[in-house]
Write a protein that binds this ligand. Structure first.
Ligand code: DCP
Ligand code: MG
Length: 405
């Protein structure tokens, strides 16, 4: 990499100079099936539950050409692509291949944060002297994955997690994309605002009403105008739109706990605003659990007030869950308990997460246990829409729900 100064604004630490790589395997389950049965190669292959209420876990790119994608009901997939080969998931085999992929990662750096069986962030800042440039490392990782496992990966390389993850996606499948630190703005500006984590069903239309469709347009908008649409998270989105993201690569974290939190630009006091944020976080946490085929038993809420007092409250359920509404109801009760004794205390930071994480027996179908089937169906539909149109594109209608109650 050229020794250069960053195009973007300097941030609080030296995060801009880090070398972060995001790797995501292509059509992972389907690719493993094609590897193990060469007769499947080049054909539409659909992996998922084959029962009456089964859903698609993934589809080969040949099947995607017919509109088949993850989380689609299997009955619909059969209509769209009847000629496909339909296969029940073999999770133990995918775990085996996943371990081979992660073994490659570990040859390049100990700083590997696995997000799911087929996806990880790597911080290779400390590996540059040994292996050459970040681009050289990305190329080598991709080549070694192909050689060791017979599978293709898409690799994104950048100075932080946010940019690296976008980069791995832009040329999928078999992609290899480096975001030049001098070209961050050119890379981000044409992308739709929904690529910014947290821009969803409620915020995207508000931005559209202001004529803001792309990240570039958002970045160039006067913050005081932007605040009318984005409220308290305005600063967060502006930082992302400039390509700034200080999050560290945290090895080994995800399977012990999954959480989300946000520090507000200005302290929040309104009960409904706080609950809406909590709902958003429950949505993100539950979706991540479902994507990884996991369930959790304990819900944790974290609250920091305007005096910097931080409390965490947790509650453990009798059964595990990965349902958005179940996790939200738990988090809501914990938060309202706190609020009952802190009536008008302004909140500076709010977060929710889960611990006590277990594999869900069915792999990727939510709710082995006593969950409400209607809520499971909603989760499935939202997962499917969000997977097609970008994360956090659609969320549960907190406002509607409130009125109904
Ligand atoms: N998966 C699942 N159910 C989902 C989403 C994913 O069972 N709703 C499983 C099957 C996927 C694997 O997780 O193969 C990895 O998920 P990805 O989102 O990375 O999707 P793919 O790897 O299949 O495709 P690609 O990354 O090429 O888009
Ligand atoms: Mg993948």
């Amino acid at each position: 990499m050229k020794p250069n100064t960053m195009a973007g604004k300097p941030s609080m630490n030296q995060s801009d100079r880090r070398a972060i790589i995001h790797v995501d395997m292509d059509a992972f389950y389907a690719a493993v099936e094609c590897l193990d049965d060469p007769a499947l190669r080049g054909k539409p292959v659909i992996v998922g539950g084959l029962g009456r209420r089964g859903v698609v876990a993934t589809a080969s790119y040949e099947a995607r050409a017919h509109g088949v994608h993850s989380a689609l009901p299997m009955s619909r997939a059969r209509q769209l692509c009847p000629q496909a080969v339909f296969i029940r998931p073999r999770l133990p085999r995918y775990r085996e291949k996943s371990a081979e992929v992660f073994a490659v990662f570990n040859e390049f750096t100990p700083l590997v944060e696995g997000l799911s069986l087929d996806e990880a962030f790597l911080d290779v800042s400390g590996s540059l002297k040994l292996f050459g440039s970040q681009q050289e490392i990305g190329r080598q990782i991709k080549a070694r994955i192909k050689r060791e496992t017979g599978l293709t990966a898409s690799v994104g390389m950048a100075s932080n997690k946010f940019l690296a993850k976008l980069a791995s996606d832009v040329q999928k499948p078999d992609g290899l994309v480096w975001v030049d630190p001098e070209q961050v703005q050119a890379f981000l500006d044409p992308m739709p605002v929904t690529r910014l984590w947290g821009i969803g069903k409620k915020t995207a239309p508000r931005l559209k009403a202001l004529g803001i469709l792309t990240i570039g347009q958002l970045r160039r908008t006067d913050p005081s105008v932007l605040r009318t649409a984005l409220g308290n998270r305005c600063g967060h989105f502006l930082r992302l739109s400039r390509g700034e993201d200080d999050r560290d690569v945290t090895p080994g974290r995800p399977d012990k706990s999954i959480s989300h939190e946000v520090t507000f630009d200005q302290n929040l006091q309104e009960r409904d605003d706080l609950l809406a944020e909590l709902q958003r976080q429950a949505e993100a946490v539950a979706r991540r659990l479902r994507k990884k085929g996991l369930m959790a038993r304990t819900v944790v809420v974290k609250i920091r007030d305007s005096d910097f007092h931080t409390v965490t409250r947790s509650s453990t359920m009798r059964a595990c869950s990965n349902s958005t509404q179940t996790l939200y109801r738990m988090a809501r009760a914990l938060f309202l308990n706190w609020r009952a004794v802190h009536r008008s205390t302004p909140v500076r930071l709010l977060g929710m997460g889960v611990t006590g994480i277990e594999q869900s027996g069915s792999g990727h179908r939510a709710g082995d246990l006593a969950e409400n089937p209607a809520e499971q169906a909603i989760d499935r539909v939202l997962d499917s829409i969000n997977r097609r149109y970008g994360d956090a594109g659609v969320v549960h209608g907190q406002t509607l729900r409130r009125k109904k109650n």
